[in-house]
Design a protein around this ligand. Structure first.
Ligand code: NCD
Length: 450
């Protein structure tokens, strides 16, 4: 029995697989005129707990264009979720009605939880502010079509980089393609620390303060950071390699403020929000940069840009159909493009430890606690840091124990490196460790959790 493939994170696909998906999408779009009768008799279920126009309708259009059928819960407020049904139960039921499940949910990690309970492939159509891998495939496909390649491109991210899931997935993928990212965030809406940490630790990206004088008005109101592969192979792009001055931009990716996800107390002066217009995009370095947006836009791209040949956001949205045809036909295995598990994210280790907590209140492991399988991923070995496999954010703990030796240690004790992940037990503090029958090992003095 082949293992079920899900698409939860953009990391679930290897670069070769992504490129096969682009090839397939282009074949659907250009050679087959947008139709291929290869999913006849198969049903896609769309479960949307949050509003959507493009993602849901382009998935449904894609499935119909593949000859398949669609069942849709477009507004889960009218479903049994409003009677208190858990996501895990809904998924187990709907998987019995369909061959693939497409889920949008407000909690980070929801799609991963769904995949644990589903008997059919699950596709993440956006989980809180965490990830949106199919939008990323659409964005990458657009760059691939417009530029002919992705490697080494210079892409500007602008607007709300903190809560935009499209930006997070896109950043991980661009880093793996060794493209460079220029961050021009709205003040207070920078990339979250956990995203930058993943980019640095897992994808070898170096954040550097950039001299953005050549971006003209576009960068005037913000501190610009350049995220670049540790050995940039495109030094010719920088006018001054030491200062990382941005010279030429291939794409500007704009995002709207994700107000529906703002934490309490978040203040945004909307009148001050970056607004792309002819003046903002007048600098010579931007003369042939494509202007992208996952949409919906409010007024962060002025309509005077719509007729500008650099603006591709409506074309980008239209590409959502062929790319989702390629995704669906791959996961339904009617077209062989996915060959094996991707290797990017490290393994997930089960843990029963009561002394660990995911710091993210919006994570599914804190909102649907009873169905979550407690687990962790290793982020760094010394000091020991672990992350939540659902939302990718940090898991806090006080001390780490070794279940075979019944000893506990501080996270920065050298001996920690010798504990096998399968033997790790996490304690809030010494008292909890002692209560569980563990004793202090050499270097057990506690460091406060980060
Ligand atoms: C995005 C989303 O839902 O994250 N939209 C989309 O899927 N095309 C971006 C957004 O809502 O701003």
């Amino acid at each position: 029995m082949p293992t079920l493939r899900h698409l939860i994170s953009i990391d679930d696909l290897s670069l070769v697989e992504m490129e096969s998906i682009f090839e397939k999408a282009r074949e659907f779009e250009e050679d087959l005129g947008g139709w291929a009768d290869i999913c006849r008799g198969r049903i896609a279920a769309t479960l949307f707990y949050e509003p959507s126009t493009r993602t849901r309708l382009s998935f449904e259009s894609a499935m119909l264009r593949l000859g398949g059928g669609v069942i849709s819960a477009a507004d889960m407020r009218t479903s049994s979720a409003s009677k208190g049904e858990s996501l895990a139960d809904t998924v187990r039921v709907v998987a019995g009605y369909s061959d693939v499940l497409i889920l949008r949910h407000q909690s980070e990690g929801a799609a991963r939880l769904a995949a644990e309970y589903s008997s059919v492939p699950v596709i993440n159509a956006g989980d809180g502010s965490h990830e949106h891998p199919t939008q990323t495939l659409c964005d990458l496909y657009s760059l691939w079509c417009e530029r002919g390649h992705i490697e080494g491109l210079d892409v500007v991210f602008a607007g709300d980089l903190r809560y935009s899931r499209t930006v997070h997935s896109f950043a991980y993928a661009l880093a793996r393609f060794r493209a460079n990212i220029v961050c021009i965030p709205q003040a207070g809406f920078d990339l979250p620390a956990y995203v930058v940490r993943r980019l640095r630790e897992e994808f070898g990206v170096e954040p550097v303060k950039a001299d953005a004088s050549r971006l003209g008005h576009l960068a005037a109101a913000s501190d610009v950071v350049y995220l670049t592969p540790q050995k940039p192979h495109q030094l010719s792009l920088f006018t001054d390699p030491k200062g990382m001055s941005v010279g030429h931009v291939d794409a500007v990716y704009m995002t709207r403020p994700q107000t529906e996800r703002f934490e309490e107390g978040t203040v945004l002066d909307e009148t001050n929000y970056l607004r792309l217009n002819q003046t903002q995009l007048a600098a010579d370095s931007l003369r042939d940069a494509v202007v992208m947006h996952p949409l919906p836009r409010r007024d962060e791209i002025s309509s005077d840009m719509d007729a500008d040949p650099r603006s591709i956001y409506f074309k980008q949205a239209a590409r959502g159909v062929p790319i989702r045809m390629a995704i669906l036909s791959s996961l339904l295995e009617t077209e062989v493009v996915l060959q094996g598990p991707a290797v990017v994210a490290g393994p997930t280790w089960p843990s029963q430890s009561a002394g660990m907590a995911c710091i993210n209140p919006g994570c599914i492991c804190n909102t649907e606690e009873r169905h979550v399988r407690r687990s962790f991923r290793l982020a760094t070995r010394l000091p020991l840091r672990v992350s939540c496999p659902y939302c990718s954010q940090e898991i806090t703990f006080g001390l780490v124990g070794c279940s075979s030796r019944h000893q506990f240690l501080a996270r920065d004790a050298r001996e920690v490196r010798k504990i096998r992940p399968e033997d790790m037990v996490f304690f809030r503090d010494e008292a909890q460790g002692v209560e569980a029958g563990y004793s202090p090992g050499a270097g057990a003095s506690q460091v406060p959790p980060v």
